[in-house]
Design a protein around this ligand. Structure first.
Ligand SMILES: [Zn+2]
Ligand SMILES: [Zn+2]
Length: 421
């Protein structure tokens, strides 16, 4: 990255006539580097007016930003060459981190895999065995694909687990990425993997995670089929519901990984090393914020779970319970009779076993017992202790590249020409 400021001292106080793009870029440099918000030309105009009492045109502001971004990005070749050293130092600063770079025979970059050590330990120890895998095309001159695997925490928020960049989007590269992911998380028979309908993603999941249950994102299925007819739409939605085993899975299908991608849209334009570090920085920030929130938890379960339980408590107030034996209870909810089995922890409405949160029928049984609290019917994933443990580790930053270690056995990679498939 070019850190040399070329503007002279006398030029740093621009006015409407001589505020050239270099000066504006210089002034907004810190804000551009910060990257936590998208700096708009209008904001630049306002900042310069308030700080320097100088008004500049929208076009001047835009040019200044454009120039600043170019300087910030540096040469893509240099950035790609830095990647192996970045990965090496990332692993040193964050123990347990897995980074892999695959090059072709000519040493040209093909694909990157990164999973932070803290994320992997969190996934193995504190998260439901659920992964959502999604891909998005890289913008800018790179024309590659950015993909990621995320999990869900006890507060129903997505948590980044693994990240990657590749040229194009071919099945072979996907399979390679999935195989590294499997090395990191294992092929757990209870694992559920949700993905886009992209055939090469689906195929690589089936190949690399043969024991896992693989569901396809319903929303994408519907979008891809472009179903206009409401009846047909309902039918497909019904099939999707039957196909997905869990209640929360449906919610996820709506949320999808798109919310992560929404954050990444802006930095998708940046070069790969900076992009990768921006990902790391985002995870660092999320951990920090959620750790703070977890420390202040009001209830014994997460806010999301508490909200669910409260809704079900209100809904089930008038439901009638008839005992069958020590473990089995019949619950009439005004529409159906449901069977709650406390030996197997199941209700035949399926909500309890699938969501991990007691359904109204179980809550009614709890009330029938004279219990004032139904906490014991909530799965551990949603409990305070578990949630606080999820974010107990912190992500470390990699530091200034000038202070990195550059061991001899690490070799730079060559910039590929990336293309969209
Ligand atoms: Zn989707
Ligand atoms: Zn039920």
């Amino acid at each position: 990255m070019n850190d040399v400021h070329t503007c002279s001292r006398t030029q740093t106080y621009p006015n409407h006539r001589n505020a050239n793009k270099k000066i504006i870029a210089h002034i907004i440099k810190d804000k551009l580097e910060d990257g936590s918000r998208d700096l708009k030309p209008k904001d630049i105009q306002k900042d310069i007016l308030s700080q320097y009492n100088t008004s500049i045109s929208y076009k001047q502001a835009w040019r200044g930003k454009d120039f600043g971004l170019q300087t910030l990005r540096g040469s893509p070749l240099e950035s790609f060459e830095m990647l192996p050293y970045y990965c090496y130092n990332l692993e040193k600063k964050n123990p347990g981190t897995v980074t892999r770079i695959k090059t072709n025979d000519a040493g040209v970059f093909e694909i990157l895999f990164i999973a932070l050590g803290a994320s992997l330990r969190m996934f193995r120890n504190h998260l439901r065995p659920l992964l959502i895998v999604d891909a998005a095309h890289l913008k800018g001159g790179y024309k590659g694909t950015n993909f990621q695997a995320v999990g869900m925490d006890g507060n129903n928020q997505i948590v980044p687990i693994a990240y990657g960049i590749c040229r194009g989007e071919t099945g072979d590269l996907w399979s390679w990425w999935m195989s590294v992911l499997k090395e990191c998380v294992g092929d757990n028979p209870n694992m559920i993997i949700i993905s886009d309908r992209h055939p090469s993603i689906a195929l690589s999941i089936r190949n690399e995670f043969p024991s896992a249950f693989h569901a396809i994102c319903c929303r994408h299925l519907m979008m891809n089929l472009k179903l206009k007819n409401k009846k047909v739409k309902g039918l497909y939605w019904g099939i999707c519901k039957a196909y997905t085993p869990d209640e929360w899975q449906r919610k996820i299908n709506i949320l999808c990984v798109e919310s992560v991608n929404a954050c990444t849209v802006r930095w998708r334009k940046l070069p790969v090393t900076l992009l990768t570090d921006t990902y790391r920085e985002m995870v660092q920030k999320w951990y920090f914020e959620r750790r703070k929130a977890a420390a202040k938890m009001k209830y014994e379960i997460t806010d999301w779970a508490a909200h669910k339980v409260q809704k079900r408590i209100r809904k089930s107030v008038s439901w009638v319970v008839y005992g069958i034996d020590e473990f089995q209870y019949q619950v009439f909810d005004g529409l159906y009779n449901r069977l709650v089995n406390l030996r197997t922890d199941e209700c035949d409405c399926r909500k309890w076993q699938l969501s991990g949160i007691p359904c109204g029928h179980v809550i009614a049984v709890s009330r029938f017992f004279g219990q004032t609290d139904c906490l014991k019917y909530v799965q551990d994933w949603f409990k305070k202790e578990k949630y606080q443990a999820t974010y107990v580790e912190s992500i470390q930053f990699v530091g200034n590249y000038k202070e990195w270690e550059y061991p001899n056995h690490i070799h730079p990679v060559t910039l590929p020409i990336m293309n969209n498939p």
